[in-house]
Write a protein that binds this ligand. Structure first.
Ligand code: MIC
Ligand code: SF4
Length: 757
């Protein structure tokens, strides 16, 4: 299989041939019309005759591609290596974007990353070369932007080891964020197993205008659906308004569907996608898509009567949608920009902005940058200047080189902005921010997608608000949250009141994109001599040992390592920022386990009571103590446990340290799948009130495990320190296959057994 810096046309044609074979047949079999998401899933079913039932059945699918970013690729590929295969079974790529720290500027930071992360980059490059994986080195850009520019195509299906993989839904595909173990399934030639999603339709009418941007669509959807409203569902956007949004704007909307927990989001193929494919040099793919365009959109009956086809339909009139800004601490806390000043004053959030950041995989397209730059240009011409540090992270080398050529980077630089590397940077806590900026409560505004506490600069003092790039720039000019770009005025250097004009963007560059420095490395044809080195002394990489199989016994009287209060996202379970350093070393990264979690018994963050000796210790230290003492344990939590990232470290660390079960009110999809893959019981309280009955010194038993059956509750018992007991039931979503994973110790143990036989 030739590995190239783009999707070969043959792969696209093969994918489209499946639509021809299967879509009509499925329509007849089901006796109804189909949504676009259904068509794509059906075209990618492992067994085209398999039954599927929304929200019920688990089905095997055959994705066209796999993409991995450096922070998750390490663990994914360490797992892949243990399968002992000569090469990956489907086209796969690795993208180096998460490990570059933002400190000075693009050039200095990239050099620092190249030397500081040399061991990890060398590992990823050699492992990619050995197993036939395309490698995008540091500086090439953020995974989702590169995938959109090079690999995504309408009607395709891919999985990526990053929760924002759905970004590619902007180019009409089903792109799903997964943990590394799911990627390993597909790279080892097995299907991707996922619960057949429910379908949420978002009907867009009207068209965006003035200050309203694609970002506002998803900020509004997050407001309506909340951070768990999309769980287990694909969000399909349709209607006349959809056609008025550019391809990259659609990608912004799909990208942030991760924030509502959706399996993925997508738009139908349209002329905006055709234009984008052509502008990014993929005319052949555009022609192939045009020839099957009727397969690449929902059937007409679906669009005419959406309530008959979707589980839920949301209506948004783009013409009346006003600019939004969401946060702090959660991406679904929404309001119009014009209302934020009053709300911030009431809540005691600092009105003064301490930094403004444009970019990330969500919002760094050519159109985004042109809209933001149009405001900066106006400001420069009218005696206005940004009042706070402004930073910009281009999404890819192609975008960076193009906006440099077209003078847009110059506009940012002239405004005093710092241009950071084409990487995640401050979006993932890789922001080396001066301590004096965040040693006190402070406010930042970003065009990113996530805003959990500590997300950007590692400080819980920083309150992050997410909004469109142009609104970030307007707020940077105002220096305060109490500014409405539509009706407010700013005072210029001559003392005059100035109103900002509406932003003006350009969907695609007139002169086409320029690729910039080529940082793609294809694997060599002869891979026989390549050795993948992992030094036994390394503190960043560690070969994996298989987890032990289940011993057939019930779990009796397990201590509760953590009962988490409130949100417990993957950032609370396994923090990023400085810990990204250890993403390839399971033992070392386990030093961050639950460091961000709030202890429900004490309200303390990251620490609890060690039940062995009664001492107060950090959660990772307690976990290590239990592990070394051979004690198994459980963790207890509230709603949407594991919200956010796809990082499987959040499941592997508890597994490694001896967690037998995570018992919560509800789970986020990717994290629940990751726990199951690693052989940890992911249980939900049948009665959510049971959460309140669990006290610090209780023990929990999980019984009847020999009878573990799909759909059947699992019995548990709380034993109080005085010996009294409280029985309760938990539910799980394990299929027969998942139960096999549990028994074998992990899904990977099963793959190992199959590939070695
Ligand atoms: C994120 O946005 O949280 C990340 C960092 O991209 C993660 C992946 C990771 O933790 O490595 C994600 O979204 O999956
Ligand atoms: Fe990177 Fe942020 Fe996008 Fe995650 S959300 S891939 S950290 S830019």
């Amino acid at each position: 299989m030739a590995v190239t810096a783009s999707t070969p046309i043959d792969l696209v044609r093969d994918a489209y041939a499946k639509f021809e074979e299967r879509v009509d047949a499925a329509r007849q079999r089901l006796g109804r019309s189909l949504t676009l998401a259904e068509k794509i899933l059906i075209a990618h079913l492992d067994d085209p005759s398999a039954d599927f039932d929304r929200g019920i059945t688990y089905n095997d699918l055959r994705p066209d591609r796999v993409a991995m970013q450096d922070a998750t690729a390490q663990m994914a590929l360490l797992q892949f290596m243990t399968a002992g295969l000569p090469e990956v079974a489907v086209p796969s790529t690795v993208h180096c974007d998460h490990l570059i720290q933002a400190k000075e500027n693009a050039k200095v930071d990239l050099l620092a990353a190249e030397s500081g992360n040399a061991e990890v980059y060398d590992f990823l490059e050699s492992v990619s070369a050995k197993y036939g994986i395309g490698f995008w080195g540091p500086g090439s850009g953020i995974i989702h932007q590169v995938v959109l520019e090079q690999y995504a195509f309408p009607g395709a299906m891919m999985i990526g080891t990053d929760s924002h993989t759905p970004n590619a839904g902007g180019l009409g595909m089903v792109a799903i964020g997964v943990g590394g173990a799911d990627a390993v399934d597909v790279m080892t030639g097995f299907p991707f197993n996922v619960r057949w999603p429910k379908l949420i339709g978002v009907h867009l009418t009207g068209s965006l205008n003035g200050w309203s941007a694609p970002k506002d669509v998803i900020l509004k959807v997050a407001d309506i659906l909340t951070v768990k409203g999309g769980t287990g569902a694909i969000v399909e956007y349709f209607g006349p308004g959809a056609n008025s949004i550019s391809c990259t704007g659609k990608a912004t909307i799909c990208n942030m569907g991760a924030e509502i927990g959706a399996t993925t989001s997508l738009f139908a193929y349209d002329d905006a996608m055709n234009r984008y494919l052509k502008a990014t040099g993929r005319d052949e793919i555009a022609d192939a898509a045009n020839a099957v365009a009727h397969h690449l959109r929902a059937d007409d009956e679906v669009v005419a009567n959406p309530a008959d086809y979707f589980d839920q339909v949301i209506e948004i009139d783009l013409s009346t949608l006003r600019p939004h800004i969401n946060g702090p601490h959660t991406p679904d806390l929404a309001r119009e920009v014009s209302a934020l000043g009053a709300e911030a004053t009431e809540q005691g959030w600092p009105l003064d902005i301490s930094s403004a950041l444009v970019g990330s995989c969500t919002n760094s397209s050519y159109e985004d940058i042109t809209r933001a730059a149009s405001i900066l240009r106006f400001a420069a011409d009218h005696g206005l200047a940004v009042k706070v540090p402004l930073m910009i992270t281009p999404g890819s080398e192609q975008v960076r080189a193009t906006i440099e050529r077209d003078g847009l980077l110059g506009t940012f630089e002239a405004a005093g902005a710092t241009v950071l590397a084409n990487a995640c940077g401050p979006c993932i806590g890789q922001w080396s921010r001066p301590a004096e900026d965040n040693d006190h409560v402070n406010t930042i505004v970003t065009s990113y997608n996530r805003n959990f506490p500590k997300r950007n600069d590692g400080s819980a003092n920083t309150l992050a608000f997410v909004t469109s790039p142009e609104t970030v720039v307007a707020l940077a000019l105002a220096g305060t949250l109490d500014f409405d770009p539509i009706s407010g005025t700013l005072t210029n250097d001559a003392g005059d009141a100035v109103s900002l004009p509406e932003p003006v963007g350009q969907e695609l560059p007139d002169a086409g994109f320029t690729p910039g420095d080529n940082t793609f490395v294809a694997p060599p044809d002869d891979r026989s001599g390549i050795e993948v080195k992992v030094a036994p002394t390394s503190d960043r990489l560690q070969l994996l040992e298989p987890f032990a199989a289940w011993d057939g016994e019930d779990y009796v009287d397990l201590p509760i390592l953590l009962k988490a209060k409130g949100k417990c996202t993957t950032d609370h379970i396994s923090m990023a920022g400085p810990w990204l350093r250890y993403r390839g070393h399971l033992e070392n990264i386990s030093g961050n386990l639950f460091l961000g979690a709030v202890n429900a018994f004490t309200d303390a963050v990251g620490e609890g009571k060690d039940q062995i000796d009664g001492e107060t210790r950090s959660f990772p230290d307690i976990a290590k103590h239990y592990h070394e003492a051979g004690r198994s344990w459980v963790a207890v939590g509230d709603e949407n446990w594991g919200e956010g990232s796809s990082r499987e470290h959040a499941a592997m660390e508890p597994r490694f340290r001896g967690a037998k079960a995570i018992i919560v009110r509800s789970f986020a999809r990717i994290h629940e799948a990751n726990l199951k893959k690693q052989g940890v019981l992911a249980l939900t309280f049948a009665d959510p009130a049971t959460y309140d009955q669990i006290d610090q010194d209780d023990r929990i038993s999980i019984v009847g495990l020999a009878g573990l059956t799909p759909g059947k509750p699992v019995d548990c018992v709380i034993t109080k320190p005085d010996g009294t007991t409280v029985e309760f039931q938990t539910n799980h979503t394990m299929s027969p296959e998942h139960i096999e994973w549990f028994k074998a110790g992990s899904a990977l143990n099963i793959i190992r057994a199959r590939t070695s036989s």
